[in-house]
Ligand binder design. Structure first.
Ligand SMILES: [Zn+2]
Length: 121
């Protein structure tokens, strides 16, 4: 069978179902880590930012700093450490993800967040 998002071949036992769609592990993780991925404004503003000098908000910088020194971290760890609400974190993370500075990853069964180029996960 094929992943309904990226079209990659995926074996039935590796497929993940999300909202009725069969996704490969990567797409599932992206979807779970990044619910705002379809927000056109976030995509637009992130691309716009990348094409100029990269300017991060203070919260985005703090998230990156945490990931650099302690990542991968779970949502709870990041929100607790940075004193952000889940929504604030997700909004900021969506921008970092679009700028390819950070991404979701998995530790065991847990969804974590790490630097985009983190080779360890
Ligand atoms: Zn996929």
């Amino acid at each position: 069978m094929k992943c309904e998002k990226c079209g990659d071949a995926v074996s039935p036992e590796d497929a993940r179902e999300l909202a009725g769609r069969q996704l490969c592990d990567d797409c599932y993780l992206d979807a779970v880590a990044m619910p705002k991925t379809c927000d056109p404004w976030a995509v637009y503003s992130a691309k716009k930012t990348v094409s100029q000098d990269v300017v991060l908000t203070p919260d985005q910088q703090r998230i990156l700093d945490q990931l650099k020194t302690r990542g991968p971290l779970t949502l709870e760890q990041l929100c607790g450490e940075l004193n952000l609400s889940e929504e604030e974190f997700r909004n900021n993370f969506a921008t970092l993800r679009h700028m390819e500075l950070a991404r979701g990853c998995k530790k065991g069964e847990q969804v974590c967040y790490t630097l985009f180029d983190d080779p360890s996960s």
